[in-house]
Design a protein around this ligand. Structure first.
Ligand code: AMP
Length: 190
């Protein structure tokens, strides 16, 4: 895996985080190289390093509340919100939240989906930091940003653990403040 460390992450920490992300070929469908963060979540130091790095980015952006996409965005976003002393907004797959909800539909690297936010949980005008594990095609992140804005929020930034550069997800987030801790320039592994 080729990567560069960004956002003040020390090189040895970036290497440790990178080594804790497993490449799983042909999951969940043929041709997809799945980036599995479960070894990272299981590692106390690795998880702490990621939460700390995300927290630093959030402080730089000026944030009122953190949002994360189902499901791995919950696992990374909620500890960051807690570390900042802020609340957390789960952006859930369609049908998981009780009504009333706000909804945006989007395309995935594999398939299509909708995400929802529980109406009334976002204070209009709040600055929202959006967190997810992987930036692939950018469809999920673009939909998340649209959903936040549809609900009256201001997207302060979007941060990701890992960016799959070959899929050009940043192109769908042009004009937005995007940070990634690690970037991978291939989706096929090395
Ligand atoms: P996308 O909308 O294409 O940017 O996809 C981003 C969402 O799908 C994130 O929530 C990721 O968790 C997940 N995802 C997409 N591609 C991968 C991948 N290769 N490995 C792991 N997760 C992925």
């Amino acid at each position: 895996m080729t990567d560069v460390a960004l956002s003040g992450l020390l090189p040895e920490r970036a290497t440790r985080i990178r080594d804790l992300i497993a490449d799983v070929p042909d999951f969940p469908s043929p041709g997809i190289l799945f980036k599995d963060i479960t070894p990272l979540l299981a590692d106390a130091e690795g998880l702490a390093d990621v939460v700390e790095a995300f927290t630093r980015l959030a402080l730089a952006d000026g944030v009122d509340v953190v949002a994360g996409m189902e499901a791995r965005g919950f696992l990374l976003g909620a500890p960051v919100a807690h570390a900042l002393g802020l609340g957390f907004l789960p952006l859930r797959k369609a049908g998981k939240l009780p009504p009333p909800t706000e909804t945006v539909s989007y395309d995935l690297e594999y398939g299509s989906a909708s995400i929802e936010l529980r109406s009334g949980t976002l204070t209009p005008g709040a600055r929202v930091l959006i967190i997810d594990d992987v930036l692939a095609t950018g469809g999920t992140a673009a939909a998340a940003a649209e959903l936040i804005e549809q609900c009256g929020g201001v997207v302060s930034g979007l941060v990701f653990l890992l960016e799959l550069e070959a899929l050009h997800g940043r192109d769908r987030l042009q004009g937005r403040n995007v940070d990634t801790l690690l970037r991978v320039d291939t989706t096929s592994g090395e």
